[in-house]
Design a protein around this ligand. Structure first.
Ligand code: PLP
Ligand code: COI
Length: 355
């Protein structure tokens, strides 16, 4: 690991803070940006020390490889503030590890732990006042890296920019979501980049998702690319299905993002005495369970979405509605995970990191 002291990270504070213009009680998701960003350049075979600078546009040559070959990956994290204004991250090393797993798959040079972690801490120190406290809000953190080197040759770039931008944000979805189970398009394939948080994975989802939205659904549930028989993910979320009292989620694979919320919920659910079955789930089993009443709930999980209950799904021209439950697993698990994230309870798992 490269050692770096916070003091080695240069900090240039803005002279024109936008803080006073923001309505922190009515925050959209990811549309309002904090005063500063972290900037780090890869050049001549090495990452240079990161800098905290005022949030600003970046200039790129039209031949920059990001535009042509899509060499880019990102992460999604949140900073949470408790009632005493202490700031916390949730399992941030998992994001750093996944950042580098994604980078490796896209032939992007990996970021040293200290550049990621200490850079993030320096940024959060500069923008502490941007972390919102209204219920359900948090500072959404978007670390990303992309090919900034020039040239039309289809080969990895020799220069990259690693940036962390942050956005005080409210809920990702307002209310319950309905999903269409995908029967034709695929988000990912064996041997592909589905397990990476690569920008292109999201671009490829937009068109099939638009088609689903035109039919009245909010999101697509991705199925496996070969048979479209198995449930995999839901948009930018992992997916959980409760049949009777068992919570089922697909095992991670080449095609599925190893969600940090997903793996945390699996552990929390087990600690709560909920039976969790990590296994492949056939769409036909889901449909059968919806018909015979054993399908109790479905929800998506993710950093942005937290836990998003699904109220119904469409498959082969038929819509299936889920029951309204008094005490849902989604509600119990959301309370448990957010209580840990916002420092409202003990953290028996050791996931919370104070900044
Ligand atoms: N699956 C996809 C495709 C995602 O984009 C995300 C969002 O990050 C997730 C799952 C959930 O992952 P995490 O819980 O780590 O945010
Ligand atoms: C996240 O949950 O952090 C994500 O990356 C989802 C994003 C595509 C909005």
């Amino acid at each position: 690991m490269t050692h770096i002291l916070e003091a080695d990270i240069s900090v240039e504070l803005t002279k024109n803070s936008k803080l006073k213009d923001i309505d922190f009680n009515n925050l959209p998701f990811g549309k309002v940006f904090s005063d500063h960003m972290l900037l780090c350049q890869y050049k001549d075979g090495a990452w240079n020390a990161p800098k905290v600078v005022p949030y600003q546009p970046i200039t790129l040559d039209p031949s920059a490889k990001i535009f042509h070959y899509g060499q880019s990956i990102f992460e999604g994290m949140k900073a949470y503030k408790d009632k005493d204004s202490n700031v916390f991250l949730f399992r941030p090393l998992e994001n750093w590890k996944r950042f580098n797993i994604s980078s490796k798959r896209l032939a992007i040079p990996e970021i040293p732990e200290a550049y990621f972690m200490e850079g993030l801490k320096a940024l959060l120190k500069a923008d502490k006042d941007w972390i919102p406290t209204a219920p359900g809000s948090a500072l959404y953190i978007r670390p990303f890296v992309f090919a900034s080197g020039n040239g039309f040759h289809a080969s990895p770039s020799d220069e990259y920019l690693f940036i962390i931008a942050t956005a005080p944000s409210g809920a990702y979805f307002s209310g319950k979501v309905t999903v269409a189970i995908e029967e034709k398009y695929s988000r990912s394939a064996n041997g592909g980049v589905g397990y990476a948080k690569a920008g292109g994975n999201y671009a490829g989802q937009f068109y099939p998702t638009q088609l689903a939205i035109e039919k009245g659904y909010n999101q697509v549930v991705w199925t496996d690319d070969t048979s479209h028989e198995y449930i995999e993910e839901a948009g930018a979320m992992n997916i959980f299905v409760r049949i009777n009292d068992t919570l089922i989620t697909a095992p991670t694979s080449d095609r599925i993002l190893d969600g940090i919320t997903r793996k945390s919920l699996i552990e929390i659910a087990k600690a709560e005495g909920i039976e969790v079955d990590v296994r492949k789930l056939k769409v036909s089993e889901l449909v059968e369970a919806a018909k015979n009443g054993s399908l109790k709930e479905m929800f998506g999980s993710g950093t942005a979405a937290v836990i998003s209950p699904i109220s119904g799904f469409g498959y082969q021209g038929t819509d299936y509605e889920l029951p309204e439950l008094e005490t849902s697993y989604a509600k119990i698990l959301k309370t448990r995970i957010t209580d840990i994230q916002y420092n409202r309870t003990e953290d028996p798992f050791g996931w919370r990191v104070k900044i």
